[in-house]
Write a protein that binds this ligand. Structure first.
Ligand SMILES: *[C@@H]1O[C@H](CO)[C@@H](O)[C@H](O)[C@H]1NC(C)=O
Length: 227
């Protein structure tokens, strides 16, 4: 009798385990794919916080949201700040209306708008999360552009990259020989250390600037080490 009970219990526990296994398998095989876990999202994302957030807000038409963003005082102030920043480059002859400019990690595109408003015709902005119409999606560590297609590569967000060497290498690759890379970095950053990240460029200069209310350092490198 006792053996029968034991056998029954064994069968019940076997059935339970089987059921649990099937349930788990079912749950795993039906769990939704998570678009937020892209292996390319190595940067700190500013606009929006994550692509999930963007998906959740899709009920508000993107154009409407963008127009609202563009009409804020904060947006205007930041764009104007970038205009001052780029004006320095124009004044020293490193930027003109015909420059083909790439802005890496451009967020919602303040710098892209500043350049367009200044009269620069060919401006490309990229970010891990796209923000049309100013910014399209691209991994800063694997830029979808041929070698040497830009006259000027700019980023204010190298410091947030997990792979700064790769970030800089991509900037150097996509800027033409003789073209320039421009970085805006936190004031405390060691200029020498940043310059060392560049393997194929020589230093043009570095200066203190105020960008979006913060004291920053503008570093300019020219592609192609002089012979
Ligand atoms: C660049 O474009 C702006 C805006 O269209 C214009 O005002 C400016 O004169 C242009 N500069 C040159 C040098 O053509």
């Amino acid at each position: 009798m006792e053996r029968n009970v034991q056998s029954l219990l064994n069968r019940i526990s076997f059935a339970s385990i089987t059921f649990a296994t099937i349930t788990l398998f079912f749950l795993f095989s039906h769990s939704p794919t998570t678009p937020c876990q892209s292996p390319h999202q190595t940067l700190i994302i500013r606009f929006p916080k994550s692509s999930c957030e963007a998906n959740h807000r899709e009920h508000l038409p993107h154009e409407k949201r963008t127009r609202r963003l563009w009409s804020t005082r904060d947006w205007r102030k930041k764009v104007d700040s970038y205009t001052d920043f780029f004006q320095i480059l124009r004044n020293i002859g490193l930027l003109n209306n015909n420059s083909n400019v790439l802005c890496v990690s451009a967020g919602a595109g303040h710098e892209v708008m500043a350049l367009i408003e200044m009269g620069v015709v060919d401006v490309t902005g990229v970010e891990v999360v796209d923000w049309p119409p100013l910014v399209s999606r691209a991994d800063p560590h694997d830029l979808p552009f041929f070698d040497g297609v830009f006259d000027l590569g700019f980023s204010a967000h190298l410091a947030e990259s997990l792979f700064p060497t790769r970030f800089v290498a991509e900037l150097e690759r996509t800027v033409r020989p003789g073209g320039i890379s421009v970085l805006a970095l936190e004031e405390w950053v060691e200029v020498g250390e940043i310059r060392d990240l560049f393997r194929k460029s020589s230093s043009v200069g570095a200066r203190n600037v105020t960008l979006m209310g913060s004291k920053m350092t503008q570093i300019i490198m020219r592609n192609g080490i002089p012979p």
